[in-house]
Design a protein around this ligand. Structure first.
Ligand SMILES: NC(=O)c1ccc[n+]([C@@H]2O[C@H](COP(=O)([O-])OP(=O)(O)OC[C@H]3O[C@@H](n4cnc5c(N)ncnc54)[C@H](OP(=O)(O)O)[C@@H]3O)[C@@H](O)[C@H]2O)c1
Ligand SMILES: [Zn+2]
Length: 343
């Protein structure tokens, strides 16, 4: 089968389209013939390499995908061949104390497709049965592939970690990013007022269409000053962030008393200096967040089916343009998600 392979870390030229052996499902697994995959920023970290992290190279990248069930491993008797599915991007052990509590994303053995094992930038993939989630006929493969990782992450941040309440003021950073475009919609569905930051006018138009009430072009206006004005000096109840170092100080300034800052990433840098006096005097909560549970993904899907949440697909490129797709994402030119069409 055709697959994108990263054999060594580096630039987009390290994404090689190769002929590789098609995987066959073992017991409890299924093979999915992929129709579409979507990019996440994680694909860029995996391709570039991250100091102190070892990725299992050579590796097929891609955390998100959708396609049809094409082969069943021994013991799988509850899925029909040909079923249209999307892939849950995370794989946990399924039987430890944490998994048993439904917090599979906190499992010690948790791994992500395209990071810890071969991913979706290929004509086929083998995953545990539990990772193949049937989708409705009306959901296109390209849209289904754009959903899982970004929506799951944003949902866990907004619901499980920040516990957004109706009427909360919520600041979503990088609102046109994969995670940000989901976070805006989720916060709105929870009846929060959404303020968001973006780096360009084109991104501002997109986030307005997703329901953001106030958009801050942070290159022109200091976002913490803008938040102060927009909230009449009160500050916001919740901040959903993955920018990291560049937004840290402004975030601490922007939180109201009792505010919650949830961080799932650190694209601009991961080392910051914290002033603990703000933390305790203002009763703040600094919360980390990674991925989300399988049940949260199913909840997201339900809301997509009902039209409450929708994938934001910027454009669809053929699989052999994967290097161009990486360049677009890396240079911050994507408006929402980039999708690769595989068949
Ligand atoms: N822990 C988890 O489970 C988890 C899950 C998903 C994502 N993440 C992390 O969250 C971050 C966002 O992921 P994503 O897939 O949503 O990313 P994305 O779609 O590539 O969007 C990233 C956006 O962040 C903004 N940005 C701010 N500072 C930046 C910088 N120094 N370099 C590049 N972009 C910068 C840019 O928007 P503007 O042009 O508006 O500035 C950019 O478009 C990544 O670091 C990712 O690894 C973590
Ligand atoms: Zn486990």
């Amino acid at each position: 089968m055709k697959a994108v392979v990263i054999a060594a870390h580096g630039g987009p030229d390290q994404l090689q389209l190769r002929e590789v052996e098609r995987p066959e499902p073992g017991p409890g697994e299924v093979r999915v013939d992929l129709h579409a995959a979507s990019l996440n920023h994680l694909d860029i970290w995996v391709r570039r390499g991250v100091e102190g992290v070892r990725y299992p190279l050579p590796l097929i990248p891609g955390c998100d995908g959708a396609g049809v069930v094409a082969a069943l491993g021994a013991g799988v008797d509850d899925l029909e061949l040909g079923t249209r599915v999307l892939l849950a991007p995370g794989i946990a052990c399924g039987h430890c104390e944490t998994c048993s509590a439904g917090r599979d994303n906190e499992c010690r053995h948790y791994g992500i497709l395209g990071e810890h094992r071969n991913g979706t930038n290929a004509e086929a993939i083998v995953v545990p049965r539990a990772n193949a989630i049937p989708i409705p006929q009306a959901l296109a493969f390209e849209d289904a592939a754009a959903l899982p990782l970004a929506f799951l992450t944003a949902w866990h941040m907004a619901v499980a970690r920040a516990r957004i309440q109706p009427g909360d003021d919520v600041l979503v950073h990088a609102g046109a990013s994969g995670v940000g475009s989901c976070a805006i919609q989720i916060a709105r569905s929870l009846r929060a007022r959404v303020i968001t930051t973006v780096g360009s006018e084109a991104k501002a138009n997109l986030v307005r269409s997703l329901g953001a009430e106030h958009v801050i072009l942070y290159r022109e206006t200091d976002f913490a000053d803008a938040v102060r004005d927009l909230t009449e000096k009160r500050g916001v109840d919740v901040i959903l962030d993955h920018v990291g170092a560049d937004t840290w100080e402004g975030n601490v300034r922007s939180l109201t008393r009792g505010g919650r800052l949830v961080v799932c990433g650190s694209t601009s840098g991961h080392l910051v200096t914290a002033n603990l006096r703000f933390l305790f005097f203002k009763n703040l909560a600094f919360l980390g967040s990674t991925m989300g549970s399988r049940s949260e993904l199913l909840r997201v899907l339900r809301l997509v089916e009902r039209g409450v949440l929708r994938p934001v697909v910027d454009r669809i490129l053929p699989l052999d343009e994967v290097a161009r797709a990486h360049e677009l994402l890396e240079s911050r030119r994507a408006l929402g998600k980039l999708v690769l069409q595989i068949r």
